[in-house]
Design a protein around this ligand. Structure first.
Ligand code: DX5
Ligand code: ZN
Length: 218
């Protein structure tokens, strides 16, 4: 399975975001954009205007991760801004299936995200409607946190479920992914690595991406 890498802009140089993006752009499969509302997670980040500015400048897919309460109140502005993939947390809305369908009806790839403590059975009946799932490997809100090893079990179970159902699922992982944890999540069944700190705060971000993409499932 080909490994994809989506650098997380949360760790990019905020005052030189263009420079950060230029360094990683041609090696990356998408850019990951974290949207935080200060309620669902205890932090604030940026909004649709950044997504729009990125969309106007770059053709690379934009993977937008909504960490907001009631994402149904926010999806239109991110659809309009030009998100390529738009994901929300299953814990944050009462009607995830309705929202998935709404996003897909706007020709955007929807995805659903699970916090570390959220069991897989919350999305069991949605799997037939999805081709991407994001498994959080830290509690969301901040970059640079330590990978939670118990998430490996969930990644493995999700891959097993997808194989059993015959679904070609992109399993994304987000939080604490570096060159030590990447082989573990890939071995467990993930194929999309979202990574902020270990790419943008490294001496050589390009080398980190190349190494991540060269990891093979053993
Ligand atoms: C955390 C965000 C992540 C974050 C990951 O809440 O969803 O996308 O940028 O950062 P690292 O790779 O530094 O853990
Ligand atoms: Zn994220």
């Amino acid at each position: 399975m080909e490994i994809k890498v989506y650098p997380s802009l949360l760790s990019a140089d905020l005052l030189n975001m263009e420079r950060s993006i230029e360094i990683v752009k041609d090696l990356s499969d998408a850019l990951h954009v974290d949207i935080m509302d200060g309620h669902f997670v205890p932090n604030l980040s940026y909004g649709p205007s950044l997504v729009k500015a990125l969309r106007n400048r770059y053709s690379i897919p934009l993977n937008v991760h909504l960490m907001v309460e009631k994402p149904e109140n926010f999806v239109d502005m991110f659809i309009e801004a030009g998100a390529s993939h738009l994901g929300f947390h299953v814990e944050a809305t009462h009607h995830p299936q309705r929202l998935l369908k709404y996003i897909r009806d706007h020709n955007i790839r929807p995805f659903i995200t699970l916090n570390p403590a959220t069991p897989l059975n919350t999305i069991e009946y949605l799997l037939g409607e999805l081709d991407m799932v994001l498994i959080m490997t830290v509690n969301p809100g901040y970059g640079g946190q330590e990978f939670l090893h118990f998430s490996l079990k969930k990644i493995k179970s999700l891959r097993e479920m997808a194989v059993k159902e015959g679904i070609n699922l992109d399993i994304m992982v987000d939080g604490g992914i570096d060159l030590h944890t990447a082989p573990l999540v890939i071995e467990a069944g993930a194929n999309v690595l979202i990574s902020g700190n270990s790419i943008f705060n490294s001496e050589n971000p390009r080398e980190v991406i190349i190494k991540m993409k060269s990891i093979r499932y053993k």
